[in-house]
Design a protein around this ligand. Structure first.
Ligand SMILES: Cc1cc2nc3c(=O)[nH]c(=O)nc-3n(C[C@H](O)[C@H](O)[C@H](O)COP(=O)(O)OP(=O)(O)OC[C@H]3O[C@@H](n4cnc5c(N)ncnc54)[C@H](O)[C@@H]3O)c2cc1C
Length: 398
């Protein structure tokens, strides 16, 4: 057992009511505690200020590099080659600390790096992944269209082959990290084949513009942008070699949606832990509010939901490691967990009364951020329809 496992002091106990830790390997436990400690010491003390000012904590980048988790489950190319269960623990502990940092990491290390690892050529992997593992090249992921994200398989953004270049035109929305990224994985309809292709677009290419979206009430410490692509010409070799249809995009989303399911677990844990702690300290009518039956019922409701989420999602991650995952299985956990966690964070906020809407007590941040988690990487509705299609064999999308 490493020192960090013995000493991991948390402000609050990390909820593990059914001893999920016992089901982890030593490596998975170690990475979980490493990330938890990082969030406790480096992120929690500074994050509320960034969230309130709607700024990204770029000061964390060298510390994220040192944490050694970037590129998570990718083997080689300077990446740690972790198990999918370990990746789940990372997503859970990042979100338990803060959602913006979790997205910050997830967009770069998950969406952008996995697109290249899963769909790129060997040359593309060699060229981008080692630098991305060190955050020398920052990546973002441009799938959502300005006029609607749910129908992601029919992008309005187009790619046309002109001589020895691909020329991209279109308008993307909500693209996380885009203001700071060096490359954007842009998904566009190939005008010749009609299929969705992925392209590695350097963000300094003429005609590429990223404009931050202001006024967000969730994930305020990560910047999301509108992206404008106006005759953006990139070399032919920047097309992701194996991204030849929306099935390829879905492969990346299937992997990252499981990370989002774990993020929801992390938010639920944080809300429960803050609410439990507060309820034991807050005195009303002469005794702690934790001593009243209604408060206990709320806490037990929260604990039941988060424990079932933990165990369900752990099993899902084990299924990926065993090669038994399907798109529907990933979507079920994303839809289920985000719906349950949304209720848990609302109950947590409620238990803190008026103090529950103050940033300084942290639950408010999880409460607001959870709204974005419910919606991104496919809304609750869309992930429900993905499962519906898999179990009935009938697509209800169109
Ligand atoms: C904080 C944040 C970060 C994000 N980061 C990224 C990113 O980095 N990269 C990226 O590409 N995208 C990103 N997104 C976009 C996200 O994936 C989309 O917001 C999401 O897919 C929904 O698209 P939309 O917002 O256009 O909603 P719409 O597609 O317009 O949906 C509106 C509503 O209609 C419902 N709906 C749509 N179709 C159906 C149907 N067939 N049946 C029933 N209901 C339906 C939806 O469920 C939803 O409730 C991010 C979003 C947020 C909020």
């Amino acid at each position: 057992m490493s020192d960090i496992l013995r000493t991991a002091p948390m402000t609050l106990e990390s909820t593990d009511y059914y001893n999920m830790d016992d089901l982890l390997t030593e490596q998975e436990r170690e990475v979980r505690y490493r990330v938890r400690e990082f969030m406790r010491t480096e992120v929690e003390p500074i994050i509320n200020g960034y969230w309130e000012r709607a700024e990204m904590p770029l000061e964390l980048i060298p510390k994220l590099v040192a944490l050694g988790i970037t590129g998570g489950q990718i083997f080689g190319y300077g990446c740690p080659g972790l198990s999918n269960v370990a990746m789940g623990m990372i997503a859970m502990e990042l979100a338990r600390g803060d959602a913006s940092v979790s997205t910050f990491f997830g967009v770069h290390s998950g969406l952008a790096m996995l697109s290249i690892a899963l769909l790129g050529s060997e040359e593309q992997r060699q060229q981008y992944l080692p630098k991305m593992a060190r955050w020398e090249t920052i990546g973002c992921f441009g799938l959502t269209e300005a006029r609607g994200g749910s129908d992601a398989s029919h992008p309005e953004t187009t790619a046309k082959r002109v001589g020895d270049a691909w020329v991209l035109n279109g308008n993307k929305r909500w693209i996380g990290l885009a203001a700071h990224a060096d490359i954007c994985i842009v998904w566009a309809k190939n005008e010749e084949t009609g299929k969705v292709n992925g392209f590695i677009v350097p963000t300094n290419t003429p005609g590429y513009k990223a404009v931050p979206i202001e006024g967000k009430i969730a994930k305020r410490a990560v910047i999301n942008c509108d992206i404008y692509l106006d005759n953006v010409a990139i070399p032919l070799e920047n097309k992701l070699e194996n991204a030849n249809g929306f099935r390829s995009t879905a492969l990346v989303l299937g992997a990252t949606r499981i990370g989002v399911a774990w993020e929801a677990v992390g938010h639920a844990m944080a809300a429960y832990e803050y609410a439990l702690d507060y309820s034991k300290r807050r005195m009303q009518f002469g005794k702690p509010i934790a001593g009243y039956q209604l408060t206990q019922a709320k806490l037990v409701n929260m604990l039941g939901k988060l424990t079932s989420m933990q165990l369900m999602t752990l099993r899902l991650s084990q299924l990926i490691d065993a090669g038994k995952i399907t798109e529907g299985k990933a979507s079920l956990a994303k839809a289920h967990n985000t719906a349950e966690a949304r209720e848990v964070v609302a109950l947590g906020r409620e238990i803190l009364g008026g103090n529950g809407i103050l940033l300084e007590n942290h639950v408010a941040r999880h409460f607001a951020d959870m709204e974005a988690v419910f919606t991104y990487e496919g809304t609750h509705d869309i992930n429900t329809l993905v499962v519906g299609r898999e179990i009935t064999g009938i697509s209800a999308f169109a």
